[in-house]
Design a protein around this ligand. Structure first.
Ligand SMILES: C[S@@+](CC[C@H](N)C(=O)[O-])C[C@H]1O[C@@H](n2cnc3c(N)ncnc32)[C@H](O)[C@@H]1O
Length: 184
């Protein structure tokens, strides 16, 4: 098992509720989450990067490291991410604190957070924080393992959001669906 996989499983055992996934996302899911990103994207934010599987996909799409800011709560992952992705700005703190850290609006927030495992109030707080840092027309990209987006219709209405289903990725454990949210 690679050092990265060992790190993931150690953290899964000590913080199962915070991690809430059987394994890091697959490279196919990382590509689907990064679809549409490129050198032109400007600043991009990622929530809950873990060992950095989606981060790899975002950088491979052409986003410059200095244009990427990660929000990760787990200190072990933060140390790993800072070492692995020089030039990327890694904030050791919760995604919901993003508005206090970002000084420029961004066009994309990519989230690998386990939203469906969180209380519904926290889900809404996190997505509201994403839209507080997004420029008008910006998008929040979230995958889930379930058959529906991670917000209820009431929450979507309160936040004035629309959602578009993206790719379904079968080569992920478990298979996942990408959802793209925008402010209506
Ligand atoms: C399921 S893992 C996903 C890791 C990676 N994005 C992937 O797709 O392989 C969820 C990650 O979100 C982090 N996390 C959970 N709640 C968070 C929060 N409120 N703010 C920032 N990170 C959080 C966990 O520490 C963990 O690294």
């Amino acid at each position: 098992m690679s050092g990265e996989a060992q790190l993931f499983f150690r953290q899964l055992i000590s913080n199962p509720r915070q991690i809430s996934a059987l394994a890091p996302s697959s490279r196919a899911l990382a590509r689907a989450m990064a679809e549409g990103l490129g050198p032109h994207s400007g600043p991009v934010v990622e929530f809950g990067p873990g060992t950095g599987r989606l981060t790899e996909g975002i950088l491979a799409a052409g986003v410059a490291p200095h244009n990427l800011t990660l929000f990760e709560m787990n200190g072990e992952f933060v140390g790993h991410l800072r070492h692995r992705f020089p030039g990327v700005h890694v904030v050791h703190g919760p995604a919901q604190a993003a508005p206090g850290h970002m000084t420029v609006p961004v066009a994309h927030v990519i989230s690998g957070l386990p939203l469906l495992s969180m209380p519904t109030g926290l889900r809404e707080e996190i997505v509201a924080a994403a839209f507080a840092v997004l420029a008008p027309g910006g998008e929040y990209v979230q995958f889930t393992y379930g058959p529906k987006p991670a917000l209820t219709p009431d929450q979507m209405a309160r936040l004035r959001l629309t959602v578009r289903p993206g790719r379904r990725v079968w080569t992920n454990l478990p298979p996942a669906r990408v959802y793209r949210f925008r402010r209506a």
